[in-house]
Write a protein that binds this ligand. Sequence first.
Ligand SMILES: [Mn+2]
Length: 356
Amino acid sequence: MKKRLCRTLVASYGSEECITVKDMVVKMRREEIHSIVKHYQSFLVTTHVRADGDGIGSEVALYHTLAGMGKKVCIVNDSPTPQMYKFITPSGGVYIYPQFPKDRAAVVFALDSPNRERLGRTQEIIPEDAVIINIDHHISNEYFGTVNWVAEDMCATGEIVLTLLKGMNVDITADIATALYVSIVTDTGRFTHSNTTPECLRAAAFLIEQGARHEEISKNVYNTNSFNLIQLRAQVLNTLSLHAGNRIATIWMAKEMLEKTNVDAIDTQEFADIPVSLEGVTVGVLFRDMTKPHWVKVSLRSRDGFDVNIIARKFGGGGHKYAAGCEIEGNIAEVQEIILEELEKALLQSGSSISN
Ligand SMILES: [Mn+2]
């Protein structure tokens, strides 16, 4: 941001130099959150349903930070922790629905979640008078917190958490660094997505300097698959089909496939990234049966400027420009028809010609 504020305006922040508006907002959020953290004793840390690497990494980093300050803290999530992230979660203090902690928290950190609904059943135990700190980088964030730090330009919520911890002069231990590195490496698709900024790479470098165990991360997150998971992936990839002159690729995963291979749906999150990788494809979609009967989860991935957040929002979902999702009532075939129609319309409107 080019805009600069003069010394007089920033005098209350004790700065001798002119700072950008963006820097000033960061400073304000950081100081607000720091004073809340200093003032209260009990904290609940949570993230969105079907927790991913960014949500879990951010939670674990805050858990260690608050525990290190002598605060009472627990992690509470709607969904189980995917197998690949279990190596960073603390051995105690983690509650997965239907488990809930007995004590009420004064402060709730909601991480990587664009709205309250996305917290799922964890909402049930958020006390009415709790201070909610909403930290997120989704463009669709609804500013549902008491304090809202929403930074769409940050590659991951973990990058915002790192900025917060640095501002609070927290000692970034190897455990905190490892958790935040998981956030950043997963949300940037191993530093390949368009959100891989110089700042994000600097943050990753800093985390390795602080002792982030990146080889352990690579092993657990990217190079460990169960036999059953590979089998399931093969079945799902067999459903691959192309539409709209090969501009859209789809795959689907039925409930029965999960049951037969005995795989937890939470461990299949990366399947959604596969269809869009096809040569010439602009949008990739994964359709999968949800736990609630006759509902389908739609995961959209795109590239070349095509915005899937707009599509997901039409169906009450959201996310980012190149990665978004929504839930639609119906069976997989019905929902696929609805989504394909919407995508084809949008592809035509975006002026990109459909070639055969
Ligand atoms: Mn994220």
